[in-house]
Design a protein around this ligand. Structure first.
Ligand code: UDP
Length: 243
């Protein structure tokens, strides 16, 4: 029913399809445990130097092309693909799950205290009846043990984890066994945006693959991490030139 194409990006992979949301709904309906990683240039560069991150990205069920750098990498190789920002995919799933007849418990985990709760409030207003449990991402080791028990007991079917990349990916990998029928997505700063703490880049920046520039303006302390972008661009070109 769904044709999936796995495409190599440096030493990791990305999945190329037209319809990520429908694919995930299908997995959810069939109770298939799924880990979604949102790939951007920064993470692809990290994975070049961290074999454990590369292994994780290469083993998860779905890797979406979240960053503009990844789209550029693909287009340099003649492959056209639309960007799929993790926040948009998560939002479209939430809107869809809120409409389901059967109850579908959802979990928002991560962010500073109060943020996941505010993000859930935003969604409760948007989709009345949506069932969301929340917790923040600064738990003590004891609180985290308790939280794991809660997850096991409540069995959410969609778990959005905002602990920052790549940490959220490893956390999901180590805990996905707790809810074996769930879709798990690492969503980075999405709760901060839904909670109104940060704003999404304006349409023009998003449409022109310049979201990173807006992010740099909002969070200038990121400049060092963002050096991965030109490095990634250079790696993208050099693998074409020297291969
Ligand atoms: N965060 C968290 N616990 C931590 C470290 C970070 O919950 O120990 C949260 C942080 O509050 C923020 C998110 O993780 O909401 C990281 O977002 P960021 O924008 O840095 O994500 P990235 O784009 O780097 O994945």
């Amino acid at each position: 029913m769904f044709e999936t194409l796995e495409y190599p990006v440096l030493n990791v992979k990305v999945h190329l399809f037209d319809e990520y949301k429908q694919w995930l709904i299908n997995r959810l309906e069939n109770k298939l445990s799924t880990h979604v990683i949102t790939l951007n240039a920064e993470m692809a560069m990290l994975a070049e130097n961290q074999p454990e991150l590369a292994n994780l990205i290469n083993k998860v069920e779905l890797v979406i092309p979240d960053g503009a750098g990844i789209i550029l990498y693909l287009s340099l190789r003649g492959t056209k693909q639309q960007r799929c920002p993790g926040i948009d995919l998560a939002a479209s799933l939430l809107a869809e799950l809120g409409k389901l007849e059967k109850s579908c418990p959802i979990c928002f985990y991560g962010g500073e205290p109060g943020i996941a709760q505010q993000a859930a409030q935003f969604w409760r207003k948007k989709v009345p009846g949506i069932d969301i449990m929340t917790n923040h991402g600064y738990l003590s080791p004891e609180e985290e043990v308790q939280w794991q028990k809660t997850l096991q007991e409540k069995q959410p079917r969609l778990v959005l984890v905002a602990l920052g990349a790549p940490r959220q990916g490893f956390w999901i990998d180590n805990h996905r066994h707790l809810c074996p029928h769930a879709i798990w997505i690492g969503v980075g700063g999405s709760f901060d945006i839904w909670a109104g703490k940060k704003s999404l880049a304006p349409e023009w920046f998003r449409n022109n693959n310049l979201e990173w520039l807006y992010r740099l303006y909002q969070e200038p302390w990121r400049w060092r991490r963002m050096l991965a972008l030109p490095q990634f661009l250079w790696r993208s070109l050099s693998t074409i030139l020297y291969n």
